[in-house]
Design a protein around this ligand. Structure first.
Ligand SMILES: [Zn+2]
Length: 345
């Protein structure tokens, strides 16, 4: 449930490799776009501009990342960047397949595992580069080594893991969309009012993978692109609704974040993560309130997994006291922010 504002993008990266070749570059870009549209994937489901995909390449990339982490010993007290693989994830494969797969995992271990999927260098570029690719990764803006590596691992992943992974997150998508569809109009109306921005005018891509980042879901901005790990037990049932709106909020929260940070700066406080705790609180509480209108009892993520007390105990009381009246329409943004910044240590 993290977010990162990335400036620039793929086009700039691929163009910058060909200085002084404007005409050729334009032609290549046109071909790339054509290739991309020819391979365009279809979302499994859509709700209020959120298009949920079951992408083979995103799943392979994230599974290699998680598999690389699985080779590292667990050291008590040391943070891990990937989810653990469940017991029984090992499969028995032919020796040549095993050699190819192990090599891919070794390269991921060496080159990518130490980089955070969201904040690490090139990781957002790699993730976005996998969008809408055909089975040859045509147009992917990678060096030959990464492209060859992914292509070599692909048939093995497809054979041994993809059927179960694909089925698993398709089931998750179906359930999440069914639950979200009914409440989306009301939740969106409230969130956009609180954030002071309109809802997305264009589709937002949500890539559903089986295993991923240690926190399960993450979102990069410009464009807003969400990845959700469907096997995360924290996203089952009604939690999927909060999670989808939490991650969406990362693309809509800039104004609120700046208001909080400006007020904190003026007060000479540097409360790291405070804006994210406020986002957590708003998305969770609005979801809880809308479900409660239907008699559904829901405990927001911050409380359900003990995140408040474990990660941000010093923010709990200030956020509860200051943000709740704002959600309930009893305080303005300015009042909420002032109260919040005064109350934090
Ligand atoms: Zn988050």
């Amino acid at each position: 449930m993290a977010s990162f504002l990335e400036k620039g993008g793929l086009k700039i990266l691929s163009l910058s490799r060909m200085p002084g070749m404007k005409r050729v570059t334009t032609a290549l870009v046109v071909m790339t776009l054509f290739a991309a549209s020819a391979a365009a994937e279809t979302p499994v489901a859509e709700v209020s501009q959120l298009q949920l995909y079951s992408s083979f390449w995103q799943n392979l990339h994230h599974f290699l990342y998680v598999s690389a982490w699985a080779t590292r010993p667990v050291v008590p007290g040391q943070a891990r960047l990937a989810m653990p693989l469940p017991p029984g994830s090992d499969v028995s494969m032919a020796p040549d397949e095993k050699a190819t797969w192990d090599h891919a995992v070794t390269v991921y271990e060496r080159d990518f595992a130490s980089r955070d999927l969201l904040f690490g260098q090139r990781m957002t570029m790699i993730k976005l580069g996998l969008v809408d690719r055909d089975d040859k990764l045509t147009g992917a803006p990678y060096d030959d080594e990464l492209k060859t590596l992914l292509l070599s691992a692909a048939p093995i992943y497809r054979k041994y893991w993809w059927p179960a992974h694909g089925a698993g997150h398709r089931a998750w998508i179906e359930d999440a969309v069914r639950r979200t569809t009914k409440y989306a109009p009301a939740i969106i109306a409230r969130l956009t009012t609180l954030y002071g921005v309109p809802w997305f005018g264009r589709p937002v891509r949500v890539d559903v993978v089986r295993f991923g980042k240690s926190q399960g879901a993450y979102t990069s901005n410009n464009p807003t692109h969400i990845v959700v790990a469907s096997s995360d037990p924290g996203y089952a049932q009604w939690s999927s609704v909060e999670m989808l709106f939490h991650e969406s909020s990362h693309g809509l929260f800039r104004k609120t974040q700046l208001a909080i940070e400006d007020a904190a700066n003026r007060a000479g406080k540097m409360p790291r993560d405070l804006w994210h705790v406020v986002l957590f609180y708003i998305a969770g509480e609005v979801t809880r309130q809308e479900l409660a209108k239907d008699g559904v009892e829901y405990k927001p993520y911050l409380y359900a997994i003990g995140l408040f007390d474990r990660a941000w105990p010093r923010f709990r009381s200030p956020v509860e006291t200051s943000v709740q009246p704002y959600i309930d329409g009893k305080a303005t943004l300015e009042q909420m922010v002032t109260s919040l910044v005064t109350a934090i240590p």
